[in-house]
Design a protein around this ligand. Structure first.
Ligand code: CUA
Length: 366
């Protein structure tokens, strides 16, 4: 028995005219996406701006081409195969089933595009996160309902709402939240990171243009979310930044490093569970500290292999002897000093039990 074959469907001249039109429009869209003067509207205020723009141009060009192809043929086919006056009332159109060649290509082409986009994104992400020097200013921002706190090296306490940065100095900014999810968004600098309680996200950039930039919260965080958009970034030259920092240091010199510092000595270290500590280390510490590298093998912070057993380093970063209690103190209070900043336990979302587990785990690293 002979298979029922699909009726031969021939595309007419209109199809090729539309195809040519789609090709021309797609080409035009690509040219516009690549020639559009983004920096005329949004100056390149930070170092990864160029990389972010190139990713944005690629995505816009690819997205525009997909849009033009889909919408172009959709409009054409809905016109070409429209119901006509005089069609039978129960007309159902051509009994077309499938076309393997066509289906192969409309699966393969988008798949290739998505893979290229993913590789390109990871490449840019690596450049932003790993390609920048780590020796500049390391600081933190903590989101609150409904304001931002900033912590600077060697400055006690926090600086609310106004973030000051020196020009042309690489910045590593760790952001997190003290209550609900906020966002640290500086549209003028193409920078954005969510501020999530218990999680530290990191932005690396180098400011290139002096000026004031709004920092805007873009995660709905409660009734006054809308006022979390008046915070400004001030970029200054190194000298005025240093004098601002000195003035802030002396203004804050009587603050305690951390309002709950006094309770550090009360962290009960007995009953710490090594396996739980190892798990917590993986979640909270491993982004900045290696468990297999010694003190000098830094990721962001020092390596912690042998932190309690290394004769070459009998003292911790704060100068105290390497004892479990003193390690617990640093984890609890955080650290601010020559090596940079480590957020305190509250910011890191660590309970006293977590600290006891972590110290038990760190004691096993030899
Ligand atoms: Cu914070 Cu919205």
């Amino acid at each position: 028995m002979v298979e029922n074959r699909d009726p031969a469907v021939r595309v007419d001249r209109g199809f090729w005219i539309v195809t040519a039109l789609i090709a021309v429009l797609s080409l035009l869209a690509i040219v516009v996406c690549y020639l559009f003067p983004i920096t005329h509207y949004l100056p390149e205020a930070v170092v990864p701006a160029n990389e972010i723009d190139s990713l944005f141009r690629f995505l816009s060009a690819g997205g525009s081409v997909v849009y033009i192809i889909v919408i172009g043929y959709l409009l054409y086919f809905s016109f070409a195969f429209r119901g006509r006056r005089g069609d039978a009332p129960n007309a159902v159109g051509l009994p077309i089933r499938d076309n393997n060649r066509l289906e192969f290509w409309w699966t393969a082409v988008p798949t290739i595009f998505i893979i290229v986009l993913a590789v390109f994104s990871v490449y840019i992400w690596r450049q932003i996160n790993l390609g920048q020097p780590n020796n500049g200013l390391v600081m933190e921002s903590i989101g609150h309902q409904w304001y931002y706190d900033f912590r600077y090296p060697k400055v006690k306490g926090t600086v609310p709402n106004e973030m000051h940065l020196p020009l042309n100095v690489p910045v590593t900014l760790h952001v997190t939240s003290g209550d609900v999810i906020h966002s640290f968004w500086v549209p003028g600098m193409r920078l954005k990171a969510d501020m999530v309680p218990g999680l530290i996200n990191t932005l690396r950039f180098t400011p290139l243009n002096a000026g004031r930039y709004p920092i805007i919260c873009t995660e709905f965080c409660g009734v006054q979310h809308g006022i979390m958009n008046k915070q400004l970034v001030v970029i200054e030259d190194r000298k005025s930044f240093d004098s601002w920092l000195a003035a802030t240091q002396s203004k804050n010199k009587n603050l305690s490093d951390n309002p709950s510092a006094a309770s550090a000595s009360t962290v009960n270290l007995s009953g710490g569970v090594v396996s739980a500590g190892q798990q917590t280390f993986g979640q909270k510490c491993a982004a900045c500290h290696s468990a297999t590298g010694s003190f000098s093998q830094r990721i962001v912070g020092p390596g912690l292999k042998g932190v309690l057993h290394d004769p070459a380093h009998p003292k911790l970063v704060d100068g105290d002897p390497a004892t479990p209690e003193n390690v617990a103190k640093i984890v609890h209070n955080g650290y601010t000093g020559d090596m940079g900043n480590m957020p305190n336990a509250q910011t890191n979302g660590l309970s006293d039990k977590d600290i006891a587990n972590l110290v038990a785990y760190l004691a096993t690293l030899k």
